[in-house]
Structure formats: structure tokens, C-alpha cells
Design a protein around this ligand. Structure first.
Ligand code: PEP
Ligand code: MG
Length: 579
């Protein structure tokens, strides 16, 4: 039995046989071979290239009948790469000179070329990086053959153990079979963690070298409440966990009983609880768990897990479905927040040196107006179906906001001209998730209807700590005095300007932080649906007077450690079962 401690990101307990995913996209670890194996390995490289060429030629033949010139050209480029003898020699030389496996040599050589292409200024050459990754995939597919473990085609229950999972991979999991997730990388607010929470799959991240400690088929316990993973537990531990899982399920059941009751403090202050969603299917879950609308719809997930970008009609249908669930209740649709850890089809392989500081989110939209307008048109068409609001992410200054609003204005004019109905008075808000937006909230407030504080990014950018990097996860905290001060500023400026303000980052779903947020003046929270009952229970157990006292005390503290332990104790008194 081996116990590993990581970061708890999605509550619940699961016990099951594990499936090990080495890493995203068949990334291959460096493994050395014996000198005597070099010949066989170089032969494997040659065979894999031969099979890939054959496969591609067949595909090209089929495509000829149904597709146009463009696809034929792409195949031709891939084929010429695959037939390039110098490239193949480079790979076989690597096997020979460094005694590495065929898989490693193929992956390393092709990835080196791809990253070289990706750095080029010329767009055409940059785009070729995607072709090289595609070829890497194809050749590795032949090398690995049946050894590859395909999680999308899982047909029995498993606990997934991986070095790293992308939000796209996680979003594609079938909840029926994936019972738990343990990853080496990641942090509490990484998008993979957020997706696991939305899907209700217990998950622990930041387990460092977890993939080296397990073998496919091992029994693994995932304790998503305490951030613990136990590999090959003994019978007593399994028994204890089975009992704990029952207790946890009972708590959930008890919380279910307050579903229909309002989120109101003991001294009668009403708090609104909304849900965060990534997919329209989740809207129903938010409603079932007592959510009063959608406070954050992360629409970029429409782009993930597919080969082409969504059309206006596909956007519209997703929004219409969501609005249909809530009818006249608010649905805040956030425009796409792509980049950083979520990429479009065409940018998937063109990683930036500092993606979280790069062409992300509203910046990406403002440089890709066709895509942006397609989405805005769909949102505006859906705006007549209920109480739809638009929210722009990652605003860092007034100019960006004005630009985004101007484009929205253009879209409305186009729709007017085409006679397509839309709500001209739609509320427009922004995510306050950069320190610059927080510090200029009083200026931005004049041009918005609402603010939603995105504590995940606000914490990342304020503390200069990558939210998904396990190496610095202990430095990442939304209750750091600096973050709390920025949140307070935004709330005060919003109140002064009479602009609505809510919190939609993960901090809003942390039982320890709720009293603080209420004490700072927040009355609207947007959280992952599984957390709604628990957060409501906390709200119903406190008074605003107590919360104000908590906030005052916290504002007088000067260390994150002191604040988090104080908040934990305060929340533990209110809902001991949650800890
Ligand atoms: C945030 O940054 O707090 C937020 C809610 O947005 P996301 O997690 O999607 O970046
Ligand atoms: Mg964000």
C-alpha cells in the first residue's frame, strides 16, 4: 500500500482499478535500450513509416472522390514529409547514437521540428507545425499499435491516473465509466480540475510522479475530499473508505433536503446562488441542485473535443438549450476564453512561450473578428429566449472593453438590417480577473452592467503563480491578503457605481471562503453545481453580522497562513461534516 498526498479538486470517494495514461497525445518517456536492440528498433522506425505512408495513400485515394483539392494538398504535404529519407535517417541515427526507443526517437525528432516551425513569423510555416504533430501521431499510432490505451473508448469502470490531462480530454470522459481522476500535474483552479468538478468525478491533482508508482490494473482509492490517493490499499483501508463513502453520500443526501429552500442567512439576508457550466447538459444539474440561473457559461468548451470550429447555428443551439432550462432566470454567457490551456482547432499545436500571458481570451477574440462575431450573433439571437447576459473575459483595460462593445454594436446593427430579433438592451458585463481590471474597477464600472470576479485568474495574476503548475501550488491561494484587498476594492467600487457584482471563481465554492465573501459585501455567487447544496447550507447557518466580523478580522491579518487557518476554523464550526 502506498499513500500519495496531492491537492483535492473535486469532492467524493472512488475505489477502482486504474487505467494509466502516460501523457497527453502519446507523449513518450525517454527509455534506453540495449545495444543489441538497436537494429530491431531502427527496423521498427522504417516499418512504422512504411505503414503510415500506405495508410495515408489509401486515405488520399478515398478522399479524392468526396473532398476538394485542399485536403488532397494536405495529404500530399504529409506524404512528402513521410517519404523524406533525411528525416528518417535523423530518427534512426538518434536510435543508434543514443540507444533510445523507436517511439522516443520519432517523437523527439518530429516535436523538435514542429516547435521550430511554431516559432516562425510566417503564418504559413507556423501552421505546418500542426502537420508535423499530425504525422507524429500517425507514425506513433503504428509503432504503438494495440498498446495504446484509448480513454474515449473505455467500456468498463476505471480510475484514471495520468501525468497530465488536458481540459479537452477530461471533458470527453464518460462519467459512467470514469470514476475518479488522479494526475501528477495541475492545481485546484486548473481547467481540468474545474471540468472534473462539474462532471462530479472525484479528483486529486498535483501528485507529481504518480504515474511511476502505479501499474494499469492496480486498485486505487481517490479521496477527493482530503486530496489523498492510495495505491493498492489493504483490506482494512478499503473497508474504512467504503464506510467513509457511505457517510459522505449521506451528507450529500441531507443537503439535498434544502434544495428548494432559499439561500438566506439566519438574519434574513438573501444570497443568490448560480451555477458555472461548460456544457448545456449541465444546466439541468444546476437547476436540480437549486441553482437560480447560470452565472458563468464557459463557452470555449464548444470548441474542444471536435475537429472543426462551431458554426453560428451550433453556438445558438447550445445557448438556446441552456436558456430553455432557466426560462426567465439569468444566464450569463461568457464569450470564448480560448488560449492559455484551451486552444482552437487551428491553434492546438501552436503553443506560446507564456500562454497565460499571451494571446488569450478577449485578446484572441479581438484579433479573430469573424469567430468573435459568429459567437456574438448566436448569443444575440438567443437573447430573446430568456434573460441572457453577455460577459467578456480577461478585460485588462477600458479600451479592450470599448472595442468588444463596439463589435457587439456592429453585430446588433447587422442583425437589425437582416430583420433578426434580438434584445438590444442586453446586459453586458466583464470578468474582473486581472489586477489591472480590479484596480481600475471604478473606471470600468461606468461602461458595464455587472462585474463577475474571476478569483482563479485574479489569484494567478496577482501572486504571479501559474494556477495549473503543481510545483507552485502551495503558493496559490485566493485568501492571500493581496487578493483579498483587490476583491474588496472591486466590491466597493461596484457598490459605489451601483453595478452588480458577483464571484464566479472557485473561491465561491470553497466552504472556508464563503463567510469572508459575504462579509466583504458579496450577495451573488456562481459555483459548480455539485457544490451548490453545501454552500447554501453554510449561508443558511450564518448571520451577516458574523460574516462582517470575519471579514474585519481577516482584513487585519497580514499572512495567508493566518487567514486560511482562521477561515477554516470558522467554517468547520458551521459545517464540520465538510472537513
Ligand atoms: C476565473 O478566472 O476565476 C474564472 C472563473 O474563469 P476561468 O476559470 O474559466 O478562467
Ligand atoms: Mg478566468
Amino acid at each position: 500500500m502506498e499513500i500519495k498526498k496531492g491537492v483535492a479538486v473535486s469532492p467524493g470517494i472512488s475505489i477502482g482499478k486504474c487505467l494509466v495514461i502516460d501523457a497527453e497525445d502519446y507523449r513518450i518517456p525517454r527509455r534506453l535500450i540495449q545495444a543489441s536492440q538497436r537494429f530491431t528498433e531502427t527496423q521498427r522506425v522504417r516499418n512504422a513509416f512504411r505503414d503510415a505512408i500506405e495508410e495515408l495513400t489509401q486515405l488520399q485515394g478515398k478522399q479524392k472522390e468526396i473532398e476538394g483539392q485542399k485536403i488532397r494538398d494536405i495529404f500530399a504535404v504529409h506524404l512528402s514529409f513521410l517519404r523524406d529519407r533525411t528525416l528518417r535517417k535523423k530518427i534512426t541515427d538518434l536510435v543508434h547514437d543514443e540507444s533510445v526507443t523507436a517511439e522516443f526517437a520519432v517523437s523527439k525528432t518530429l516535436r523538435d521540428i514542429a516547435s521550430h516551425f511554431a516559432k516562425e513569423k510566417d503564418v504559413y510555416i507556423r501552421e505546418r507545425a500542426a502537420d508535423i504533430f499530425d504525422m507524429e501521431h500517425r507514425v506513433l499510432g503504428h509503432l504503438l499499435g494495440g498498446k495504446r490505451q484509448d480513454i474515449q473508448q473505455l467500456n468498463e469502470e476505471a480510475v484514471i491516473v495520468a501525468r497530465e490531462l488536458s481540459p479537452t480530454q477530461t471533458a470527453g470522459f464518460n462519467k459512467e465509466y470514469v470514476k475518479g481522476i488522479a494526475t501528477g500535474s495541475g492545481g485546484r483552479t486548473s481547467h481540468t480540475a474545474i471540468v472534473a468538478r462539474s462532471l462530479g468525478i472525484p479528483a486529486v491533482v498535483a501528485l507529481e510522479d504518480i504515474t511511476d508508482s502505479v501499474t494499469a490494473g492496480d486498485t486505487v482509492i481517490i479521496d477527493g475530499n482530503r486530496g489523498i490517493v492510495i495505491i493498492n490499499p489493504d483490506d482494512t483501508t478499503i473497508q474504512q473508505y467504503l464506510e467513509y463513502a457511505v457517510e459522505f453520500a449521506e451528507l450529500e443526501h441531507r443537503l439535498d433536503a434544502i434544495r428548494g429552500k432559499p439561500a438566506k442567512t439566519r438574519d434574513d439576508v438573501r444570497v443568490m446562488l448560480f451555477g458555472n457550466i461548460e456544457f448545456p447538459d449541465e444546466a439541468e444539474l444546476v437547476l436540480q441542485r437549486g441553482g437560480e440561473g447560470i452565472g458563468l457559461y464557459r463557452t470555449e468548451f464548444l470548441f474542444l473535443n471536435r475537429d472543426t470550429e462551431p458554426t453560428e447555428q451550433e453556438h445558438y443551439e447550445a445557448y438556446a438549450r441552456t436558456v430553455g432550462v432557466f426560462k426567465s432566470k439569468p444566464v450569463i454567457i461568457r464569450t470564448v476564453d480560448l488560449g492559455a490551456d484551451k486552444y482552437t482547432q487551428s491553434r492546438r499545436y501552436m503553443r506560446e512561450p507564456n500562454p497565460f500571458l499571451g494571446l488569450r481570451s478577449i485578446r484572441f477574440c479581438l484579433q479573430n473578428l469573424t469567430m468573435f462575431k459568429t459567437q456574438l450573433r448566436a448569443i444575440m439571437r438567443a437573447s430573446v429566449l430568456g434573460q441572457v447576459k453577455i460577459m467578456f473575459p480577461l478585460i485588462t483595460n477600458l479600451q479592450e472593453l470599448m472595442q468588444a462593445k463596439m463589435i457587439l454594436g456592429d453585430v446588433m446593427e447587422d442583425l437589425d438590417e437582416e430583420g433578426i430579433k434580438h434584445n438590444r438592451d442586453i446586459e453586458v458585463g466583464i470578468m474582473v480577473e486581472t489586477p489591472s481590471a480590479a484596480l481600475t474597477a471604478s473606471m470600468l464600472a461606468r461602461d458595464v452592467d455587472f462585474f463577475s470576479i474571476g478569483t482563479n485568474d485574479l489569484t494567478q495574476y496577482t501572486l504571479a503563480v501559474d494556477r495549473g503548475n503543481e510545483l507552485v501550488s502551495t503558493l496559490y491561494s485566493s485568501v492571500d491578503p493581496a487578493v483579498i484587498r483587490l476583491i474588496r476594492t472591486v466590491i466597493q467600487d461596484a457598490h459605489k457605481a451601483q453595478v452588480d457584482v458577483s464571484v464566479c471563481g472557485e473561491m465561491a465554492s470553497e466552504p472556508e471562503s464563503v463567510m469572508l465573501l459575504l462579509g466583504l459585501g458579496i450577495r451573488k455567487l456562481s459555483i459548480a453545481s455539485p457544490m451548490i447544496p453545501e454552500i447554501k447550507q453554510i449561508i443558511r447557518s450564518v448571520t451577516i453580522v458574523e460574516c462582517n466580523k470575519v471579514a474585519r478580522k481577516v482584513l487585519g491579518m497580514n499572512s495567508e497562513r493566518q487567514i486560511s487557518s482562521f477561515l477554516r476554523d470558522a467554517a468547520r464550526k458551521i459545517l464540520p461534516e465538510a472537513f
